[in-house]
Design a protein around this ligand. Structure first.
Ligand code: ATP
Ligand code: MG
Length: 559
């Protein structure tokens, strides 16, 4: 191969490149993404998906989707379908290679029989508790089970009876016969099969025994011709077992397991079990709650798949566990949306402004740029009239220094429109609350007309009151108020952010948003990126704030 190849981006790609060059596996690269269908995917899985599918693409190889469905008690077709949807949404294609470990149950059974015949596996009849005690500890070797010396015939007979359904759960297990004194606990006669009288979502009640992950995984990899089996670091100590099984089962393809650090993010929890708890205890609304790190949640929140892919590429893979700042993910979301989201104006907390010198009934259609980053996105017409809404926050009766927005006597530019000046503040007589403000507009200052030489320091967004559409906008903050919710073993429930969602009703948005459909993303000028929520209907628009803009105004405010 030529040495003009760029240096590999990470240690896994370095191994794959080297293997390919050495023509290990005949120069073939074949990976897999192996989710267990017992929950929905999260951003951690996205790292694994991008890695497995990405490597296959870069090395002209293939990547399989394989469901690791060996635990029927927790698994369901509902999860299978959503996982497929999420992988496709992320932008990856397994073509015709979607497999299930359960497809291999018959062959796995035969490999177990082979191990028994070779004297490398036995049926143990100790109780689960006894097995645990016999296993020993990190500092003490284990003890051999009295059933370890059962004859091959007896083992074969018992194992076939386990399969046939003649045994109670927990009565027997099949174990590999390796070494009870091994310093690696995973090699102390690990369990290969358990009796489970539970129907499986694919194989129904065909089976009364199910293989363990440790048994099924290496063999499934090998049966599929997987060359590089990428998994997270907690499986590092399982690798000797992975290799032992491939050797003892005399597999043609000896897949190579390589471990990498899992992705952890600040301000969230990632494990499926904890995500499920958050849902079941009602802290969030479901698996697609926009505050969750699930791919469904991020999709509903408005994260573009491209941003997630770029984030995964940026963080890379390493051998050491770490925590990535959620801000970094948000950075890629902003960057992606900045390039392709249409700009519109939306007023989240409206304040009515009457332009007293603007002719009653007059409407102007003012041209507005759809995306300054992308001229090809063109422009649209925004209606302007005598009454507009501006953001409550863009008016101060008693403005601090360097407040360049609207204040009594002060001028501001309405984006794409005119310079206006505040001349009067109208209050509710009872409550004293400001109900509207009166301004005059300067007809000589129309944007883009070339006639306006006059400049003011502030420009604010607005919508025309008669033309605006009403909308609900949901603002999200981190689900947890601290970066590491589980620091020192603390219960993450104690640090849930009570203000992780704020619902604003009665927001006023530009008429261009009429007919926007769920999933469409926009930049609301000066506010952030927003996505139409699935709760939207033709009558009622609902937006989620995907991510805020880095707001230079907010900084001035705090001074
Ligand atoms: P969880 O711990 O969230 O329940 P899991 O590891 O049990 O996840 P699986 O369905 O077994 O979930 O995972 C499928 C693949 O995704 C595995 O190869 C696993 O190593 C990988 N994976 C899961 N979580 C992460 C993560 N946070 N970062 C990187 N890869 C991950
Ligand atoms: Mg798992």
């Amino acid at each position: 191969m030529s040495n003009s190849q760029p240096a590999p981006k990470d240690f896994i790609r370095a191994i794959v490149a080297q293997d390919r060059e050495a023509r290990k596996f005949n120069g073939v690269v074949h990976t897999r993404f192996p989710p267990e269908p017992n929950g929905y995917l999260h951003i951690g899985h996205a790292k694994s998906i991008c890695l497995n599918f990405g490597i296959a693409q870069e090395f002209s190889g293939l990547c399989n989707l394989r469901f690791d469905d060996t635990n029927p008690a927790k698994e369901d077709v509902e999860y299978v379908e959503s996982i497929q949807e999420d992988v496709r949404w992320l932008g990856f294609d397994w073509q015709d290679r979607c497999f299930f470990a359960s497809d291999y149950f018959e062959r796995l059974y035969e490999y177990a029989v082979l191990l028994i015949r070779k004297g490398k596996a036995y049926v143990d009849s100790l109780t689960a508790d006894e097995i645990r005690t016999y296993r020993g500890t990190l500092t003490e070797p284990g003890k051999e089970s009295p059933y370890r010396t059962r004859s091959v015939e007896e083992n074969l007979d018992l194992f076939s009876r386990m399969r046939a359904g003649g045994c109670e759960e927990g009565a027997h297990v099949l174990r590999a016969k390796i070494d009870m004194a091994s310093p690696n606990i995973n090699l102390r006669d690990p369990t290969l099969y358990r009796v489970r009288r539970v129907p499986h979502h694919r194989t129904g009640s065909d089976w009364n025994i199910y293989p363990t992950y440790d048994f099924a995984h290496p063999l499934s990899d090998s049966l599929e011709g997987i060359t590089h089996s990428l998994c997270t670091l907690e499986f590092e100590d399982h690798r000797p077992l992975y290799d032992w099984l491939l050797d003892e089962c005399e597999m043609a393809c000896h897949s190579q397991q390589i471990e990498f650090a899992r992705l952890n993010l600040t301000h969230t929890v990632m494990s499926k079990r904890k995500l499920l708890e958050l849902i079941e205890e009602g802290h969030v609304s479901g698996w697609d709650d926009p505050r969750l790190p699930t791919l469904m949640g991020l999709r509903r929140r408005g994260y573009p798949p491209e941003a997630i892919r770029r984030f995964c590429e940026h963080i890379g893979v390493a051998k050491r566990d770490g925590v990535v700042e959620v801000n970094l993910l948000e950075h890629f979301v902003r960057e992606t949306l900045n390039a392709n989201a249409q700009r519109v104006m939306a007023v989240l907390r409206p304040l009515r402004v009457v332009l007293t010198n603007y002719p009653e009934g007059q409407v102007e259609e003012l041209p507005a740029v759809n995306n300054p980053e992308d001229p090809a996105m063109g422009s649209r017409a925004v209606p302007f009239s005598r009454v507009v809404y501006i953001e409550r926050d863009d008016f101060r009766e008693d403005p601090p220094k360097k407040y360049f927005r609207l204040a009594p006597g002060q001028e501001v530019r309405l984006r794409y429109a005119y310079i206006i000046q505040c001349v009067n503040v109208i209050r509710d007589e009872q409550t004293g609350e400001i109900v509207e403000i009166h301004c005059t507009y300067d007809p000589e200052t129309k944007s883009g007309s070339g006639q306006s030489a006059r400049k003011v320091k502030g420009t604010i967004h607005w919508v025309s009151a008669t033309h605006a559409l009403e909308a609900e906008v949901r603002l999200f903050d981190h689900l947890f108020s601290v970066p590491d919710p589980e620091k020192d073993g603390r219960d993450y429930r104690t640090v849930l952010n009570p203000n992780s969602v704020e619902r604003l009703r009665g927001c006023q948005v530009e008429p261009a948003l009429q007919g926007a459909v769920a999933g469409q993303r926009f930049q609301f000028e000066r506010q952030g990126y927003f996505c139409v929520d699935s709760d939207s209907t033709g009558q009622r628009l609902v937006f989620n704030r995907t991510v805020a803009l880095r707001d230079s105004w907010a900084k001035i405010e705090k001074k």
